[in-house]
Design a protein around this ligand. Structure first.
Ligand SMILES: C[S@@+](CC[C@H](N)C(=O)[O-])C[C@H]1O[C@@H](n2cnc3c(N)ncnc32)[C@H](O)[C@@H]1O
Length: 256
């Protein structure tokens, strides 16, 4: 449904919080941490999303993309802008599904190219959703406490690439650290405040268990403003693939 111009600002203001800054026909959504949020997501994009598009020859044309914990649709929109045929977003919070639909409607993305559905990532149904060339598991793995089950579910509906961006424990061993997080923050876990943070080695072990070849990106920024967790070794991005050759990835990488 096309949004009348005068309603755009009112709709933006009606939401309690925005995780990202979107430019909706000249109306900017107020990102929760202002300029730091803008920098953070632009740098995350440069760090892992752009190399992924490059890995596929510069376009996601022909790809079906699943965006888990899609929030307001920022990565879904990036996938559409990179040429993806179809994006399926899933988030457990109605506010985020409403925001994502509002963003896509306002930007007039063709309705047959996307769907945002309210749901828990543990209830993904491959029969209903179909198969996806690319699964985005960004900012999600450390907000849940059944990571092996989640990766098993993902592997069932993912034919090729899984992109993970997660907070990590910096220990060299393979383990999951228990962390408490408040469930009233709309970025966090929804039902249980006890979550697991994996070590890097644990991400390798868990993805390999389900048939993925995995590599980890080594962050290499001149300026880490907005990405302090990456500089401190507290966050990493991982490419896991069933088919694509990750040796052609145009980025500094490490295999554990
Ligand atoms: C930190 S935000 C990350 C948003 C986005 N993927 C990114 O990386 O920029 C985590 C998102 O996951 C959603 N979420 C948390 N637990 C979830 C679950 N079990 N199932 C579906 N969505 C979940 C939250 O509502 C929130 O929108």
């Amino acid at each position: 449904m096309k949004q009348p111009e005068q309603d755009i600002q009112a709709r933006i203001d009606s939401f309690e919080q925005w995780h990202y800054q979107f430019d909706l026909k000249g109306h900017l959504t107020p990102a929760v941490r202002g300029e730091k949020s803008v920098l953070r997501h632009a740098r995350r994009k440069a760090h892992f999303f752009d190399p992924m598009v490059k890995l596929f020859g510069g376009s996601l044309c022909g790809k079906r993309v699943l965006d888990l914990g899609c929030n307001a649709g920022f990565w879904s929109l990036n996938a559409i802008e990179a040429g993806a045929d179809f994006v399926q977003g899933v988030d457990v919070r109605q506010m985020h599904i409403d925001q994502a639909n509002f963003v896509f409607e306002t930007l007039e993305v063709a309705p047959e190219r996307y769907d945002f559905s309210l749901g828990n990532v543990f209830d993904l149904d491959p029969e209903a959703l179909g198969q996806f060339d690319v699964v985005l598991c960004l900012g999600l793995l450390y907000h849940i406490n059944r990571p092996i089950e989640l990766l098993e579910n993902i592997a069932r509906l993912n034919t090729d690439l899984l992109l993970i961006d997660t907070a990590v424990d910096s220990a060299p061993q393979s383990f999951l650290r228990i962390v408490h997080e408040p469930t009233d923050d709309p970025r966090n876990a929804v039902d249980q405040e006890l979550v697991f943070w994996p070590t890097c080695k644990a991400v390798f072990d868990m993805t390999r268990l389900f048939g993925y070849d995995t590599t980890m990106l080594i962050p290499d920024f001149d300026d880490y403003t907005g990405l302090e967790d990456f500089r401190a070794g507290g966050r990493r991005a991982f490419f896991s693939a069933k088919q694509t050759d990750l040796s052609t990835l145009d980025a500094k990488t490490e295999v554990l």
